[in-house]
Design a protein around this ligand. Structure first.
Ligand code: ARG
Length: 418
């Protein structure tokens, strides 16, 4: 009798390789391995080969870099999504796309289940499982690493027993996940938040001490919020991000050392290398200072935080996310223009910004000749702006100054200056 199938998200690493065998033994299913290329910089052919050698009945690979950039990375850039103000969400953005592609393959192959190699204490299991539950409730979810409770040595023993190759380079000090939008490094020596990041944790970015003395100046062109060119050269998203990762990395830009709050209730220390993401978020936000009204700019900070939380917490496909993105998309209608940044010694500094839709009005802003600002109108404006305050001061504050507890903004004289 033919066995039923499961589609496993396969990276080629130890966990998912062991999972191929373990699923066959534990669940008696045929395993179809799917590797999704999101720009993690690994060759797909050897990974497919390893999947088959490990016992998969089929090994597929999908290059989803374009989709990743157009439908996941750019929207999150437009939204200004940085988790807890810093993490550009590379891993969190990749998961819903991988989940969606797994579902497509599962349906095409007639599989009854999907499987991933996430542990039981991370965010990624949530991102996968929520996406599966929402988009394909008919599929069973198998999470071998969460279920098997093997220690690392037991896993290696299991691998050896089944002839699964284990890299014994000893360089496996960290747990790493990477795609075009960034590289995340955790565990090993980093588990102590006091420990200085060892230099071997970084691969994409140079140490500041090794960066060139000559800064790099780059002009980034945006159309309705989407980056479309570098120094006037039109580039597709994948190429643009790759180029900024390269250039930013050379100048030591994009390192983040963050203690973050996971969804599952624990704090974890993570390092990120995300040169393109750091540069593009900064430049994008800068362009908005010209093209968004004061009100839209302020309101958008709330939307940015809500979007970042949603994405981090695995709710990419939620209706609320869709609703928030309608605001984001609308806010970007006039966010077209160019930002010039300077990359040097680990820093990215904006040097200039321009837009045909700029709300910056030189004739109103200038202190030189040609000033069109109505100075006389300021007097009446201030009178009304302060009217409520003036009324309250007279009716309450000036009368009750002695009885009311005050916030001391300036220490009373005599105190503390002996
Ligand atoms: N902490 C990040 C997140 O939850 C990245 C996790 C990446 N995984 C890793 N093994 N470094 O999105």
């Amino acid at each position: 009798m033919k066995r039923e199938k499961v589609v496993l998200a396969y990276s080629g690493g130890l966990d998912t390789s062991v999972a191929v065998k373990w699923i066959q033994e534990r669940y008696d299913l045929d395993v179809v391995c799917l590797t999704v290329e999101l720009g993690q910089g690994e060759d797909l052919e050897p990974i497919k080969k390893k999947a088959l050698e490990t016992g998969a009945v089929e090994a597929r690979a999908i290059d989803a870099r374009r989709i990743f950039v157009d439908y996941f990375v750019w929207p999150s850039l437009l939204a200004g999504s940085l988790y807890e103000g810093r993490y550009p969400l590379a891993t969190a953005l990749g998961r819903p796309l991988i989940a969606k592609l797994m579902i497509d393959v599962a349906r095409e192959a007639g599989a009854v289940a999907v499987a991933h190699g996430c542990t039981g204490k991370g965010n990624d299991q949530v991102r996968f499982d929520v996406a599966f539950q929402m988009l394909a409730p008919e599929l069973r979810i198998i999470a071998p690493v969460r279920e098997w409770r093997m220690s690392r040595p037991e896993e290696i023993e299991y691998a050896a027993k089944h002839g699964i190759p284990v890299e014994t380079s000893g360089a496996k000090a960290y747990s790493i996940d990477q795609n075009l939008w960034g590289r995340a490094i955790e565990a090993g020596p980093l588990e102590d938040p006091w420990v200085t990041p060892p230099s071997d944790a970084f691969q994409w970015t140079r140490d500041v001490a090794d960066t060139p003395d000559q800064p790099a100046i780059v002009e980034i062109g945006f159309e309705q919020g989407r980056p479309t060119s570098l120094d006037g050269e039109t580039l597709d998203g994948v190429a643009l991000i790759e180029r900024l990762n390269e250039l930013g990395g050379q100048h030591g830009v994009g390192r983040i050392d963050q203690v973050e709050n996971r969804l599952v209730g624990i704090k974890s220390r993570e390092l990120y290398e995300a040169p393109a993401a750091v540069i593009l978020h900064q430049a994008h936000r800068e362009l908005e200072t010209l093209t968004l009204s004061k009100e839209a700019q302020r309101f958008k900070t709330h939307v940015s935080q809500a979007c970042a939380d949603l994405v981090y917490n695995g709710l990419w496909f939620s209706a609320f996310h869709h609703d928030l993105m309608s605001f984001v998309a609308s806010s970007q209608r006039f966010n077209t223009g160019t930002v010039r940044v300077r990359l040097a010694k680990g820093t990215c500094v904006v040097e200039g910004r321009k837009s045909d839709y700029s709300l910056y009005a030189p004739a109103l802003a200038t202190y030189a000749e040609g000033d069109q600002f109505d100075h006389d109108a300021a007097v009446g404006f201030i009178k009304l702006h302060g009217l409520g305050q003036k009324t309250q001061a007279q009716a309450q504050l000036l009368k009750a100054a002695e009885e009311v507890p005050r916030i001391e903004l300036i220490p009373p004289s005599g105190e503390g200056d002996d």
